[in-house]
Ligand binder design. Structure first.
Ligand SMILES: [Zn+2]
Length: 217
């Protein structure tokens, strides 16, 4: 097949557009056949026989896997959060240890870990599972941990109209453990503080103290 058919609609590529990540245009359906052909090419290129028994179904499997791993390209993270409730609660909301898996866009290798997400509502709260869904939508695409942290913080600020947001991500990167510097066990921590979490040291200390306490103790 020649090039064009699925010309990417994200004309600006994965560029973070620092603070305006207002609903990125959503991707069209995954072109599975194109992935199948590409994976077959990779197998040939490394000197394998893509037609031998063990590999025959591999391109299809990889295509289905990518469809799943990149499902966030077809999910509107902002929309996920739009169902909020008006509630008279103005203390910190913190959800700790939300697991996520993402794909490093430099190596197309997974990185995975936990997110801790806090916000100070401004008369609007959102279902707790929606925070996890929004995280998922941002994770399931070619990503960089630093950018993902900021995207989530900015998204929450915008959609929840929050007084403040704090996002901390801790992740292990397989591109650091199974190749390159080979440092298994290294954990990368990133954080993005917005609003009162940025401007008020006591709010930030409260968050950090809550993160140190063990669950349900
Ligand atoms: Zn990487």
């Amino acid at each position: 097949m020649s090039e064009p058919s699925t010309r990417s609609r994200r004309a600006s590529g994965g560029r973070a557009s620092a603070n305006s990540n207002e609903s990125l245009p959503l991707a069209g359906p995954v072109d599975r056949e194109r992935i199948v052909a590409a994976v077959r090419e990779i197998l040939l290129a490394v000197g394998e026989d893509p037609d031998r028994d063990g590999l025959r179904e591999t391109p299809q499997r990889v295509a289905r896997m990518y469809e799943e791993m990149f499902a966030g390209l077809r999910t509107d993270a902002a929309l996920v959060l739009r169902k909020s409730f008006v509630e008279k609660y103005d203390e910190m909301v913190l959800v700790k240890d939300i697991g996520f898996e993402s794909m490093c866009e430099h190596h197309l290798l997974p990185f995975f870990g936990k997110a801790h997400v806090a916000y100070l509502p401004n008369g609007k709260i959102v279902g707790l599972s929606k925070l996890a869904r929004a995280l998922e939508a941002l994770a399931k695409r070619p990503q960089v941990q630093e950018r993902m942290t900021e995207e989530l913080a900015d998204l929450l600020m915008r959609e929840l109209d929050a007084r403040g947001v704090g996002v901390i991500l801790e992740a292990a990167h397989t591109c650091m453990s199974i190749r390159g510097v080979h440092k298994p066990g290294a954990v990368c921590t990133t954080s993005a503080m917005r609003g009162t979490f940025q401007s008020n040291p006591s709010t930030r200390s409260e968050l950090l103290a809550l993160l140190r306490t063990s669950p349900l103790s």
